[in-house]
Design a protein. Structure first.
Length: 316
């Protein structure tokens, strides 16, 4: 049966599964103790808080350090929790060896060999708790869009009960989405989910995501806070003004704007602290009027400029 994603806010482990990431403010959020044990405890605390608040979708990836390991440990320690949906991603290999100043933190490879290796690694940790497996950061030139042998193996996974999807990144997200929608195996669409970056600053994927939703795919939104650029103290003036009007944090308003999109099924929080998570979750009850939404829409940047700036964010 097709996967039905829990609607609303989900929780992603990109910021807490490894010591280094590109989100702004990590020095304050995580402090100096970035040991495996410390980040495992932090992740479990966040998962507990998210689940207690009604979050039922959890997102990991092979390249998010030990995110799958942390999530698997949390699920094992709480066998009574059966009503969650677990997604992960393959296609990047984590290479930083638990360092914040590695020359390379992850290496991209969308070949069949990488899929088979990483699928085995994911299965060893998450086993039958894995519901969704996505290709990580597809771009229009990705070999994953044309590799028929890979498509056949992904179709086998889907036949075995794991939903197959893809995520996107870069200024040509819309092109990648449309190309992926055209991928079929034996005449049937291969992909059932898409996970893309969409936020007040980067809206270029919106029309293609609406097309994907119309085609029957579930849509997951990542980086709704633009890696911290839409959170205090970095938020632009227009966002700060709307936050003051609503009595909410800039982060909640930023995520509420994404939740307002009719094609968005799940919007991920990437919180690194329980307090941040609580503020993010306020987005679920936030109400933005059309005027406020229009003011926020005016913040959109040229996608090439947005992704160039994102590429310059340092790993902390």
């Amino acid at each position: 049966m097709p996967l039905t994603l829990p609607q609303g806010l989900g929780f992603g482990l990109a910021a807490v599964g490894r010591p280094g990431y590109i989100n702004l403010g990590r020095e304050t959020d995580l402090g100096d103790d970035r040991s495996v044990a410390s980040l495992r405890r932090r992740t479990h605390d966040l998962l507990d808080a998210a689940y207690a608040s009604g979050v039922r979708y959890f997102d990991a990836a092979r390249s998010y350090g030990r995110s799958e390991e942390f999530l698997a440990g949390w699920l094992t320690a709480r066998p009574e929790i059966e009503d969650v949906t677990v997604g992960s991603k393959w296609g990047y290999t984590y290479t930083a060896d638990w360092s914040t100043d590695a020359e390379k933190h992850e290496v991209k490879d969308h070949t069949l060999a990488t899929y088979e290796r990483q699928r085995a690694e994911t299965d060893a940790l998450l086993g039958d708790r894995l519901d969704l497996y996505q290709i990580h950061s597809v771009t229009p030139d990705s070999p994953a869009l044309t590799d028929k042998d890979l498509h056949a193996r992904l179709a086998e996974a889907a036949a075995g009960g794991v939903t197959v999807g893809f995520s996107t990144s870069g200024p040509a997200q819309a092109d990648a989405i449309r190309a992926a929608l055209a991928v079929t195996v034996d005449g049937a669409p291969l992909f059932r989910t898409v996970q893309s970056t969409y936020n007040a600053l980067e809206t270029s994927a919106g029309p293609a995501l609406a097309e994907a939703r119309d085609a029957g795919l579930s849509v997951i939104v990542k980086e709704g806070m633009a890696n911290g650029r839409l959170a205090a103290p970095h938020a632009p003036d227009a966002l700060r003004a709307v936050a003051e009007e609503t009595g909410l944090g800039c982060d909640a308003v930023a995520l509420a704007l994404v939740l307002r999109q009719p094609w968005a099924d799940v919007v991920l929080s990437g919180a690194a602290t329980v307090a941040q998570l609580g503020s993010n979750l306020d987005a679920a009850t936030a109400v933005l009027d059309d005027g406020q939404a229009a003011r926020l829409a005016a913040l959109a940047e040229d996608p090439r400029a947005y992704w160039e700036r994102r590429g310059q964010l340092p790993w902390h």
